[in-house]
Design a protein around this ligand. Sequence first.
Ligand code: DX5
Ligand code: ZN
Length: 217
Amino acid sequence: MTCRIHPSILSADFVNLEAELGRIATADAVHVDVMDNHFVPNLTLGLPVVERIQAVSPVPLDAHLMISDADRWAPLYADLGLASVTFHAEAAIAPIKLARELRARGSRAGMALRPATAVEPYLDMLAELDMLLIMTVEPGFGGQAFLDVTLPKIRRAREAVDGAGTNLAIQVDGGISVSTIERAAEAGADVFVAGSAVYGADDAAAAVEKLRALADG
Ligand code: DX5
Ligand code: ZN
């Protein structure tokens, strides 16, 4: 399995975003956390800023929408030409329709699950998705501790994906560091979001390579 590392700009210096994107030019994508202070108790950035990040980023964008009313908003992010748009299952009324809309607009379709949301109700719709994001912290803030309680869910998702023969990516997000990434990889994740572990390092590119090496085992 080829593992991919997506640094999260939530932990970057928001006054110097273009330079901060340059620090992670060797990563596979940049993870952009959109929060609306409604679905999660925090507020970050929205369409106009994501559009500018897209214009200057050396790597593809992986937008993680922690916003209510995903059915209405997520397609507008796909319209920006983002490589990947991930909505939360808990925030979507019609997740299958929404995933199809994202693909029709040219983005890969991702769906995220909060730590306490079971994957089982969604197993029949995996073919509609390009990525399943299993949150390994409660969404809303960077720098939180990895929740080991999510590992069995990652395992069950991996079994379902392998059993279905689809090439859906399984992303994990939250608390991923040199001390947790191997556990998540062993459970079956293949795309790893890391905010503080990358942007908190003096050499962000070296941090990305170290995480990649650990995930690839
Ligand atoms: C949290 C965000 C994460 C966050 C991860 O709600 O979705 O992407 O930036 O940050 P770390 O890696 O520091 O846990
Ligand atoms: Zn995220």
